[in-house]
Structure formats: C-alpha cells, structure tokens
Design a protein around this ligand. Structure first.
Ligand code: HEM
Length: 568
C-alpha cells in the first residue's frame, strides 16, 4: 500500500513535469523551425548554419550596405538548419516603432548585453534594461548635455596640442609627405581625451615609455575585436555571467582559455582594465569621504571630468536612487569604451577622405583660417564657434552618415507586435503589398544603422557617395529616419541613443580642425580595407596581420609649440 501511495506521489509530480517538459520541447522546436517570415525577400545564407556567419563576417560590410537596395527595408534572414529566421530592418517607420514607440518590447538582445556586461564586469547602462536602464541613464544623460560638454573644450585642446607636438616631432626635419600610421596617434588622442575628460585620469598616452598606457591601450583596442570573434558564443554570455558560485564560473572560464586562445586574450584584456577603474574609483571615493566634493579638483581634469560629476551626483543622491559601486565601475568602463574606438576610427576615416580630396582639404582649411583670423592671437575657437563652421559640420555629418562606425544593433521582441512600414514589403508568395507586419515574440531583429544611412529611398540615388554638399542645403527634417543626429542612424535614437554624441562630435571637430591647421594630408598607395567588427576595423590590404592601421602622408604646415606637460 505504501508502495502504491509512493507510486501515485511520483506520478503526481512526474506527470505534470513530463507534460511541461514536452510542451517546452515542442515550443522550442516550433520556434527553431519557424519560418514565419517566408513571405519576406531576403538573402540566402552562405552556410547551412544560417545568416550568422554573413552578418558577422569581417568582409561583410557590402552585405549590410546592400540590404535595403536588394531586398527592401525589411529583409528576412534565414535561420539555416537549426536556427529561427530573423529580420534585418532599415525601414524608417519600423525603426521608429522599435526604438521609440514600442521600445519597451524590443530590449537589446541578450548577446550584446551579455558581452558588455562581461567587458565592463557589471551591470552598467550597456547591459541593463527597463527601469534600471532608465535610472542609470538619468545620471549619464546629465553628464552629456551641450552645456556640460562645452566646458570640456579646454581639456580637448590640451590633449590635441600633445597630438600636434607628437606628430610634428615624427615628421619634422624629414622630406614632406612622410608616411605616418595615423590611427595609433588618434587612438592615443581619444584615449587620453576620454581618460582626462571622461574619468579624470591620464594614461600618459603620448609617452612612448608609458607601460601603463601600452597595456591599457592594447587591452582596450583588442577587447572588442576579440569579442566579435566570439560571436558564436555571444547568445550564451548573458546566462554565463549569471552562473553562481562565482568560483565555478571563473574555473570554467579558465578551462575555456586552454582550448580557445581568443578567450584567453579577451579575459586578459578585461583583467587588465578592471583594476585601473577600481583604483581610480577608490581614490575618488576616499577623496570625497575625507575632504568632500572640493577635493575632486585634485583629479587630472581639475574635477571637471564626467566621472567625478557622476560619482558626486551618486554620492548626493537619496539612498534608494544611488548606484552600487559595481554599477558605477561598470559605467566607467561604458564611457571609456563607448568613447574610444568609434571616435578614433572615424577620425582616421576622415583624414583618409581629406587626404584623397585636396580641394575639400583646402576649403576646410580656409574656413578654419578665416574663423581663427577673427580671434585674438593664440586664442582658441570655443564650442559654439567650432559648431558653427558650416563646411566642417557638413563633412563630419556626411562622414558619420556614409561611414557609420557601428554597423548594426541587435534587438529581440518580448511579445508579438505589429509594426508599421514606410516602404511596403512585396510578398514573395502572393505578390501583394504589405504595409504593416507582425513580429513574433522572440524574433531576433537586426537594425541596420549603416545600411539605413545609405538607403537610396531615404537619401536619394547618390546615397552611398560621400557628398558633403548635401548637408549645406539640407535640413534634419528631410530624413524620414528617426535617428537622433541629423536624421541618420549613426548614434541610434530612443532610450539607448548614444549619450556621448555631443561629446563625440565636438571632439572630432576640434581634433580635425587643429590637425588641418597644422598639417596637410596626402594618400598612400596601399589600399585600406575597412572591416566589420563591433566597431569598424581598418587594415592595410596585404598586411592584415599587422593589426589595425591607417597610414597617411603628413606634411607640416605650421610649427606647433610643444604642449605643456601636465602634472598629474
Ligand atoms: C563617432 C562616435 C560614436 C558613435 C558612432 C557611437 C554610437 C553609439 C551607438 C550606435 C550606441 C547604441 C548601441 C546599442 O544600443 O547597442 C552607443 C551607445 C553608447 N555610447 Fe556611443 N558612439 C560614439 C561615441 C561615444 C562617446 C564619445 C561616448 C562617451 C564619451 C559614448 C558613450 C556611449 C555609451 C555609454 C553607450 C551605451 C548607452 C546605453 O546603452 O544606454 N559614445 N553609441
């Protein structure tokens, strides 16, 4: 009898469990084999594994750019043998719906959230969602207002002067047109700017003997390319970082490093950056505790850096609104990372454009010289004056439109949703026009930022050509796209819009103007291939193994006085 009752208890528990298991298996099988988007045109996958290899291929920029022209502004990405289909979206109304109107149901995919959570060792803005994201963004948005950023202008100049002197030293006394690997200089510049203005720390980036710089520079520039090489495991990273106990996760990671050198390098880069942030944060907290806010003036940026402001705001906030230490630390990582590679590769791209187009280069220089002529000798252009240079503004906008440093972002629906379309889909099955479509829960949705920026339907038949003139006669309202910056998608829009866009644009304009006043640039004969990564990666054709580089020819126009060395 006892046996029988045990049996029924077992059946009572095991029965429903088996049913739940079966239902879950059927639902995931249905999801994996779902072909709900068969009526939407889209590219064939280059392998049985589906679209993932094409989407992430380093040589795949052309694949991305061609998407709206070949398949329309919503394209189906075939999941292959085992995966579900996904969507590639560049349609203005659909982007507006996904990023703004219905953004609560389209959170960032767990893949990117997981990757950035690991890189920043915690839940900063780049890896949290919903209310927590809104809470952290309030702190971050307050740091990046135009008025706050304009106050950083003297810091930007101070670092740019170091770049000018370093570049002058590299080419002085040599024949004109010396070949210089300019990306290295620009990476040092943007790292030093984000170091001093972002987190109040100097990396001594222009000191060739600075080991700290060398290692940090190596770590920060390698971590995203390494991350993009691990794209096949990205879907599991968010669950991975929740594994407890922590020692188990660390042991598993250590085992993985033996089999996969990329993981070993990725981990080493993170482990190098983390203590730098921890040390800085602790020092800042100690200052606050011991001597109050005024003591922050001791930092490398005289207390004007963004992170000091964030730490101070957090310190002053009510207990309930305060961010825990690990979140502040993760956000230090988000700011340094967000502000580094995107900006340095854009600057390098800009220099190659003006090197190829001497007429444009001369016109830009003339505009800058005219603006400088109105200032007292030795006085710099201020934030408003830099912003109001029409040609520089047009060239920077066009560069950010045609060469978006971030190619796509990744979202996932959390419920079935209908989205409107600006450009109807023509069904491959019935031939009818579809003006709105259902996106099923769980669908991976890729938003093609770079491709939308080149859509001929939005920008005209010359969309993929670099034509700065288009901005001299065009207004933001003319673009149908919901992008936060001049109607382009480069900085995204909505809740996840890049908080650093005003910072980035000012930084780029200021560096470019100072470089153009002091040097002229000419092209080299070797072609540079701009490869796809999480940010764009330039490599010299035939010398890919030498890493990221952008050679240009540099000639001194105007001797620059050596920059004063900043004591830190
Ligand atoms: C040309 C330069 C830049 C470009 C093209 C760019 C682009 C972007 C894009 C597209 C995103 C959204 C990513 C996503 O949702 O997956 C983003 C996020 C972000 N960017 Fe930028 N960015 C640039 C410069 C900067 C700078 C200079 C900073 C800081 C000083 C910065 C800080 C951030 C941060 C912290 C985020 C995460 C925001 C969040 O998740 O809420 N970015 N950026």
């Amino acid at each position: 009898m006892a046996f029988a009752s045990n049996d029924s208890v077992f059946l009572l528990i095991a029965g429903p469990c088996a049913l739940i298991f079966l239902a879950a298996a059927i639902s995931s099988f249905k999801r994996w084999t779902r072909r709900a988007y068969a009526f939407i045109p889209g590219p064939d996958s280059s392998s049985l594994a589906g679209y993932l290899l094409d989407l992430h291929s380093p040589d795949g920029l052309g694949w991305h750019y061609s998407m709206p022209e070949k398949y329309g502004h919503v394209a189906r990405l075939k999941g292959g043998l085992f995966g579900a289909d996904a969507l590639y979206i560049t349609d203005p109304a659909a982007l507006n719906s996904i990023l703004i109107k219905q953004q609560a149901w389209f959170p960032e995919s767990t893949e990117f959230a997981g990757l950035f959570g690991i890189i920043h060792c915690g839940d900063g803005v780049a890896s949290v969602k919903g209310r927590e994201h809104r809470k952290q963004r309030k702190y971050m948005n307050a740091l990046f207002t135009a008025s706050r950023v304009s106050k950083l202008t003297p810091l930007f100049y101070a670092v740019t002067r170091q770049l000018q002197s370093k570049l002058t030293a590299a080419v002085a006394g040599k024949p004109p047109g010396q070949v210089v690997e300019i990306l290295d200089y620009l990476t040092r510049t943007t790292l030093e700017i984000i170091g001093t203005a972002g987190i109040g720390h100097t990396f001594n980036s222009f000191d060739d003997k600075s080991k700290a710089f060398e290692k940090f520079h190596g770590a920060i520039t390698s971590v995203l390319p390494l991350g993009s090489r691990m794209f096949l495991v990205l879907p599991f990273l968010e669950s991975w970082r929740r594994i407890r106990p922590v020692w188990l996760r660390r042991t598993l990671a250590s085992i993985a490093t033996f089999f996969w050198p990329t993981v070993a390098k990725f981990r080493a880069a993170i482990y190098f950056m983390r203590p730098v942030y921890v040390q800085l944060y602790k020092a800042r907290q100690q200052l606050l505790q011991e001597s109050g806010s005024a003591a922050l003036a001791e930092t490398a940026a005289d207390g004007k850096d963004l992170m000091s402001s964030m730490i101070q705001a957090n310190w002053d906030a009510d207990e309930a609104d305060r961010m825990p230490d690990d979140v502040v630390l993760a956000n230090m990582g988000s700011i340094v990372h967000g502000g580094q590679e995107t900006t340095s590769s854009s600057l390098a791209r800009f220099l190659t454009i003006v090197a190829e187009d001497s007429n444009l280069q001369q016109k830009l220089r003339a505009e800058l010289q005219a603006a400088k002529a109105k200032k007292a000798p030795g006085e710099d252009l201020n934030y408003v004056e830099i912003e109001r240079l029409p040609l520089l503004d047009a060239v920077v906008r066009e560069m950010l439109r045609v060469y978006s440093p971030v190619t796509f972002v990744w979202r996932q629906t959390t419920k079935d949703l209908v989205i409107p379309l600006t450009y109807p889909i023509r069904s491959t099955i019935t031939g009818e026009e579809i003006n709105e479509m259902l996106i099923e829960q769980g669908t991976a949705v890729y938003l093609g930022l770079a491709a939308a920026n080149r859509s001929t339907a939005v920008w005209g038949p010359d969309a993929s050509e670099f034509k700065s003139e288009r901005w001299l006669n065009r207004t933001q309202t003319e673009s149908k796209l919901p992008g936060a910056y001049s109607g382009m998608m480069t900085f995204l829009s909505g809740a996840k819009v890049c908080p650093g866009r005003i910072f980035a644009v000012l930084e780029m304009k200021l560096i470019l103007s100072e470089l153009l006043l002091a040097f002229s640039f000419d092209p080299v004969s070797e072609p540079i291939d701009w490869k796809m990564g999480i940010a764009i990666e330039p490599r010299v054709r035939g010398r890919e193994n030498e890493g990221l580089q952008v050679p240009v020819r540099v000639t001194i126009l105007q001797q620059v006085n050596p920059a004063p060395v900043r004591e830190v």
